[in-house]
Design a protein around this ligand. Sequence first.
Ligand code: 6PG
Length: 515
Amino acid sequence: MKMQTEFYDIGVIGLGVMGKNLALNIADNHYRVSAFDLDALKVTGLIKQAQKEVEPNRPLGVKGCDNVSEMLAELEKPRIVVLSVPAGGPVDGVCQALIEAGIEQDDIVIDTGNSLWTDTVAREEKYRHQFTFFSCAVSGGEVGARFGPSLMPSGDEKAWLRIQPIWEAIAAKVDGKTGLPIERTEPGQTVTEGEACTSYIGPAGSGHYVKMVHNGIEYADMQLICEAYHLLSQGLGLTAIEISAIFERWNQGSLNSYLMEISADILKQADPVTSRPLVELILDKAGQKGTGLWTAVSSLQIGCPAPTIAEAVYARALSTQKSQRVTLSTLLSGPNTDKKGLIDHTKPDVFIEQLENALYCAKVSSYAQGFQLMAMMGKEQEWQLDFAQIAKIWRAGCIIRATFLQSITQAYQDANGSELEVLLMADTFSSALSEKQNDWRQAVSQAVLNGIPAPCISSALAYYDSYRSAIVPANLLQAQRDFFGAHTFERVDAPTGEKYHLNWSSTDRKLHKVN
Ligand code: 6PG
């Protein structure tokens, strides 16, 4: 019989970059980890790294195991097991292996992958009688996992109480007063002060839904920056280095974000082979794993517009049609501008400032779309989402971290949580958008006049303009539907819900009230 102290606190299955780094992060924070991967080399890789980075401070912090049963046997009961395996079939594969290895009813299994939220809901139900299936979406990439990710846990609340101390220890931290991240970049370091970027999101599936929307916003954020880069290079003829300097400057202001920071960095990078800017040698075909697409599909299914997120997914899809684009670039004509285009090259700073403001406005618009989507789904699923809290845990650790999230946090706090129906209603954003919208319109106009595609910057503006329109042309649309399909319409001068049909094809064109 083992002494109690010999048991490990938490198991990790799946030692790819994310799983390995989460294991090391957990060990840094004084929890003992027992780990397993089907690939034995990954297990030995983890142990070697742990010996170098963790064990000088915390001996025997990490143990590698040969199989799931051995890993389970090493854990203190009731057990906590973290899964870091690809979304989909592999999650169920490991759950089955855990069942066969004797996982027990009181044990908790946490799925940290980018799983589809409906799969998570189904799994919680499916495994309910064998163990507690819990989910925790993780954002922050490999560095985040190692030194402090943003964690979006959801599922059984009692399970959360057991996980919470570990999660709060390993999560990214934010200075509560300034809202700025507290950096941790060294192995072995821990950060105990500050607000942890993790918070219980809600019932099963809600955390993965919130993470999915995070990724949708991430797609939009990335594409917005790419469009700004394209407008500055194609429209103003600036070099990658010049654009990098502009992004660095923007990163000092309201556009400050991790994605802006890395974009400035990327644009400075020379290709080791040719010495040209590396970005110009990277093929313009974007990949995607699906979470942006899921967000766009969910927005369509639930009827909550997220056009900027959807455009970002389309932009990636269109980028992959490289050969068609190359052919069409010689067949279809663009606007008749001189070589330098229509943007005033004698005063580049004017356009650069307009673009900076346009980017800020488009960013607000796309975040508003994401939060609106979470609000609508949250209501439908009765999740009771706390948006101030969600914005708070995105302030550090995750890919969309930005100082701007402090303003979103504040906006929801000021509005007492759910009362803020649409983010654009918050004073701080409605006034900023009113002030900057003319620059936004100028930037979109310049993109259109110069034939430079900017689908996200412009769809974000269309969203803004649609939302601020008390009247939209859906009256004509309803008439069209009634004309060809007798789909009926409501009248502005009659009670809501009262339906009418006009007999459009008959000579008398009689109006009927439909029961
Ligand atoms: C994160 C990222 C992470 C992953 C994306 C990449 O929050 O850490 O979003 O989850 O990098 O899934 O997605 P694509 O391959 O679809 O761009």
